[in-house]
Ligand binder design. Structure first.
Ligand code: NAP
Length: 253
């Protein structure tokens, strides 16, 4: 029996939810998965104009996409996002947990509010969608979580962010095993520096150039560099890759 995601349904497009897809890496992932033939939920928290513009572009290109507002830190909002996905597009085949925030602050200077918000989005947000996905995804599905190469670098200012990504990597390893019998893979991507507002905001040109020179490939990554990795993990060719963290970073670490 063929149990690849491609065989799961024959009469409709497979369905992918991409969290945080209004801009940055998530928007590139939504574009790539739409090009791969997925019907795509473009999730966003606070950028409706960007999400709507992306959805219009995907639909104009012959794809099927909808924008769904949901703060992933809210379990209720995540439940409603799955409800809308099922009603509008069908049962979910691929979940990409891309939504995340980064503020680099030394641990000693980190406010309670920043600590709580970073964990709420990066950790609880991933937990909320994983818990929902456990019952609601099609067998044969694919889950792609988001870690970061900063976890391997231990740079000052990244303690809280790295702690959230360490939690996401733990979820990835354990959840892959908890889904035994469902033929659902759970992997994580850990990008190096990618030219998005998350990375660029607040950095001088000199700081950006320092990061760009760090990988042996001597450039910043682009959102499409990560979208192609997610496309691989979400597609038929990655069927035997499970419980892994793929560090896509130009050889930085
Ligand atoms: P970005 O450009 O800042 O975009 C973040 C996206 O997440 C936006 O679409 C934003 O939507 C959404 N988002 C933020 N909070 C949300 C929430 N509570 N609920 C739902 N969506 C929310 O970031 P990025 O660089 O593309 O990063 C994407 C992922 O890659 C993150 O998990 C990040 O940690 C990881 N990563 C990035 C880099 C890098 O160098 N860029 C490196 C390693 C890992 P709204 O605008 O609507 O809020």
């Amino acid at each position: 029996m063929n149990t690849t995601p491609h065989a799961a349904q024959s009469d409709r497009a497979r369905v992918a939810i991409v969290t945080g897809a209004s801009r940055g890496i998530g928007a590139a992932i939504a574009q790539r998965l739409a090009a791969d033939g997925f019907a795509v939920v473009v999730n966003y928290a606070s950028s409706p104009a960007e999400a709507d513009a992306l959805v219009a572009q995907l639909n104009a290109n012959g794809g099927r996409a909808i924008a769904v507002q949901a703060d992933v830190a809210s379990a209720d909002a995540v439940r409603r996002m799955f409800d809308v996905a099922e009603q509008e597009l069908g049962k979910v085949d691929v979940l990409v947990n891309n939504a995340g925030i980064l503020k680099t602050v030394p641990l000693a200077d980190t406010s309670d509010a920043l600590f709580d918000r970073t964990f709420a989005i990066n950790v609880r947000g991933t937990f909320n969608t994983l818990r929902e996905a456990a019952d609601r995804m099609n067998d044969g599905g694919r889950i792609v979580n988001f870690s970061s190469t900063t976890l391997a670098l231990n740079m000052p200012g990244y303690a809280i962010y790295n702690a959230t990504k360490a939690a996401v990597e733990s979820f990835t390893h354990v959840f892959a095993k908890e889904l035994r019998g469902r033929n659902i893979t759970v992997n994580a991507v850990a990008p190096g520096p990618i030219a998005t507002s998350l990375f660029l905001d607040g950095k001088t040109d000199e700081q950006v150039q320092t990061f760009a020179k760090m990988p042996p490939l001597q450039r910043l990554g682009q959102p499409d560099d990560i979208a192609s990795v997610v496309s691989f993990l979400a597609g038929a060719d990655a069927g035997w890759v499970n419980g892994q963290v793929l560090r896509a970073n130009g050889g930085l670490a």
